[in-house]
Ligand binder design. Structure first.
Ligand code: ADP
Length: 191
């Protein structure tokens, strides 16, 4: 079983590359952003609470996303590998994920960190906002707030996996295909 974390700031291409990686390797995709948006669409209490924070560009509380991931792991006993996208986003989430995976006698195989400049991120997100229907992509202030949350709370997650020598740094600018091939090379080294 190989479990992968696809890491990077908002707009770094995690969604695009996730789709391609799932098609190639058959990972079960676990995106906390997608899970939260499903809760919003279903108008659950959790979704309502999350929406207020997401629309301000802030992170949803750790307990909420950890609970969602815990349920998703439980619901997929036959998965041959998970691709975590947008999770973990804080050190507490990283520790929780390690503990959850231990329960299933597995662990993270590789932490793929996409690196993209801030100006490119803002450009991509505003562009995505024209068609994505995502309210957090249409306002530059909210986009900048998400990048600040990333710098303040999420970047440290890479240091956490660095301690376990699991991080591969990948330049997230260039063609989708070239970036995909680099990601695949890093995964293939571990299988
Ligand atoms: P992006 O990476 O483009 O910001 P996501 O779909 O991953 O998009 O996340 C959208 C929003 O959902 C985030 O700004 C945040 O509010 C919330 N969110 C997603 N994943 C997490 C997480 N692991 N912890 C806390 N909040 C999260």
């Amino acid at each position: 079983m190989l479990n992968v974390i696809l890491f990077g700031p908002p707009g770094s291409g995690k969604g695009t590359q996730s789709e391609k990686l799932i098609a190639k390797y058959g990972f079960k995709h676990l995106s906390t952003g997608d899970l939260l948006r499903s809760e919003i669409t279903a108008k659950t209490a959790l979704g309502l609470e999350a929406k207020g924070l997401m629309d301000k560009g802030q992170l949803v509380p750790d307990e909420v996303v950890i609970g969602m991931i815990s349920h998703a792991l439980e619901a997929n006993p036959k998965a041959t590998g998970f691709l975590f996208d947008g999770f973990p986003r804080t050190e507490a989430q990283s520790v929780a994920l390690d503990n959850l995976l231990k329960k299933y006698n597995t662990q993270i195989g590789v932490f793929l960190a996409l690196e993209v400049s801030e100006e490119e991120l803002v450009k991509r997100l505003l562009n995505r906002g024209l068609t994505s229907g995502r309210s957090d992509d249409t306002n530059e202030e909210v986009i900048r707030a998400r990048i600040i949350e990333y710098e303040r709370k999420t970047m440290v997650v890479a240091d956490y996996y660095e301690k376990f020598k699991k991080v591969a740094h990948i330049k997230g600018e260039g063609s989708v295909e070239d970036i995909f091939n680099t990601l695949c090379n890093e995964i293939n080294k571990r299988v």
